[in-house]
Design a protein around this ligand. Structure first.
Ligand code: SAM
Length: 499
């Protein structure tokens, strides 16, 4: 693979040239159109290749060069990037000459969060090189990167840590709301790419080499984010050890270790957000697995399981991810290796999800919420929901049932109710309360909860409303409170009831 270009004083002018040429998120979307954009997101380049073929439009030329890996005539590149052009790109080491044309050595693409526009260099994906990836491949912006970026609880903070920075994508997001960012990785190539992207985007990060939390020993942060090398990988010779996804340990030990130790690097009120896989024993419950990691950390924990795969599905996904094709000997060896590895530990399924940990500000019992959200879409971005959920769960832990009963809750504006019943029946047999945003929760309400929600408009406290309902249904107020309180707490935690 080509050496990652050095950072230099000229990189801001490359960024300016890319922007002036219209090589922005909107510019690329306009040139490609919906169909080709969506196909490219699925790593299918054919529609984009057809849409841009023969075009002299600067954005189409830059998409062909940097996104599709096509050789592009030198004169076209010169016209597309005035002030830079093919010669300077080649001198920088981003492209190589091929006769009268140049070919990119890296993926380079616009990226943004709606408010900021960035450009990100990374290694070329296997869809472009058409070869299995080398083990020191530096990942571009993928689905997992975007999941973590979406779920990150963004508020202004002093110190942030991006552990396993790769090309620096999470650090770009962090630099929008953290006064200082430390970015770490074990891969020298990833660190060089991160430095390049920091310089290209005019931001300043403290970039450090080292494994997991070693480079920040004795340091604390307000926010730690990590899309760690969480892929569970058999420790056999047949298995390539990809730096970008494999932390070199057995089973889910990388993620477990991070969950157990990251708390020592959080300031009071500080939050860590990690992606991870967890192995669930046959017949077991994923909650027991992750609960055992949190015990003794003293941290609040909110873990949302977003996907579950059986060992065969997991093997197919990750054997294919490195560019190994189904039907080849290497693929089949790896597939069998994964199955044997999972069998050796009695693994029935593998969960994937987002782990959010918080160091309590004061001495109190930590709260734990383990949520299965494997079906249905969630809000995008999820960060605002995570921030609100952290605040709500912390409020509940600090105020207890007395606080809940003493508060005049109201239904959030995105909450709707569905009533289902037999035709002609006087009363519905099922009442469903649905959340439009956030985690998209859907809760089956019994008579008491449905009655409470129908009056939850911020005028009566929960205690007053439940007592009135108790007298209407001729039940004891204590029994009605005991029945409704856990349900109300859940709706408060997930933002269906707000203050
Ligand atoms: C899945 S990639 C994530 C890259 C990027 N942060 C993102 O969100 O797309 C995992 C990163 O962790 C790095 N890594 C692997 N082993 C590590 C270790 N022991 N300590 C720190 N980082 C490690 C890899 O080099 C890679 O850059």
């Amino acid at each position: 693979m080509s050496r990652v270009p050095d950072t230099g004083a000229e990189l801001p002018s490359l960024r300016d040239a890319l922007r002036s040429s219209g090589f922005t998120l909107d510019g690329v979307a306009d040139v490609l159109g919906d169909r080709a954009s969506r196909a490219l997101n699925r790593e299918q380049p054919v529609p984009a290749e057809l849409v841009t073929r023969g075009s002299d439009d600067p954005v189409a030329v830059l998409v062909r060069l940097f996104g599709l890996g096509c050789p592009v005539e030198t004169a076209q590149v010169d016209r597309a990037l005035p002030g830079w052009g093919a010669d300077r790109l080649a001198a920088l080491g981003v492209v190589e000459r091929v006769g009268d044309a140049v070919r990119t050595l890296f993926d380079l693409r616009p990226y943004g969060d709606g408010e900021h526009e960035w450009w990100v260099l990374s290694d070329l994906a296997e869809g472009v090189t058409r070869r299995p990836l080398p083990v020191d491949h530096v990942l571009g912006i993928g689905g997992a990167s975007m999941t973590l970026a979406s779920w990150t609880a963004r508020r202004p903070v002093d110190r942030a840590l991006d552990l396993g920075t790769g090309c620096g994508v999470q650090s770009l997001h962090l630099s929008a709301h953290a006064s200082s960012v430390v970015a770490t990785d074990v891969s020298e190539r990833a660190l060089a790419t991160t430095r390049f992207n920091a310089a290209l985007n005019g931001v300043d990060w403290d970039v450090r080499a080292g494994s997991m939390l070693d480079p920040v020993a004795d340091e604390t942060f307000d926010l730690v984010v990590s899309n760690p090398p969480f892929v569970i990988t058999p420790r056999t010779d047949a298995m390539p050890t990809y730096e970008y996804r494999d932390g070199g340990q057995v089973g889910h030990a990388v993620v477990e270790g991070l969950v157990r130790t990251v708390g020592g690097h959080l300031r009071p009120g500080g939050v860590a957000q990690l992606l991870g896989n967890w192995e669930v024993p046959s017949g077991g419950d994923w909650r027991d697995v992750v609960r055992s990691w949190i015990g003794g950390t003293g941290l609040d924990a909110w873990i949302v399981q977003r996907d579950v795969q059986d060992p065969a599905e997991y093997a197919e996904l990750w054997a294919g991810d490195g560019g190994h094709r189904s039907g080849t000997e290497g693929f089949e060896q790896m597939y069998a290796g994964w199955l044997a590895d999972f069998d050796s530990r009695g693994v029935g399924e593998v969960g994937f999800g987002v782990i959010t940990l918080q160091r309590p500000r004061d001495a109190r019992e930590p709260w734990v919420d383990l949520v299965d959200a494997t079906t249905g879409p969630v809000a995008s971005p999820m960060g605002p929901t995570v921030l609100a959920g952290l605040e709500a769960r912390t409020w509940l832990a600090e105020h207890g049932d007395r606080g809940v009963l003493g508060t005049a809750w109201r239904c959030a504006p995105d909450v709707t109710e569905e009533r289902h019943g037999r035709p002609g029946a006087d009363d519905p047999s099922v009442i469903l309360v649905r959340q439009g945003g956030g985690l998209g929760r859907s809760v089956r309400a019994d008579t008491v909860l449905a009655a409470y929600l129908s009056v939850a408009d911020g005028s009566l406290t929960a205690g007053q409303a439940l007592d009135a309902i108790a007298s209407l249904v001729e039940a004891s107020p204590d029994a009605v409170r005991a029945q409704a309180l856990p349900q109300i707490r859940e709706l408060v935690a997930d933002g269906l009831l707000v203050r």
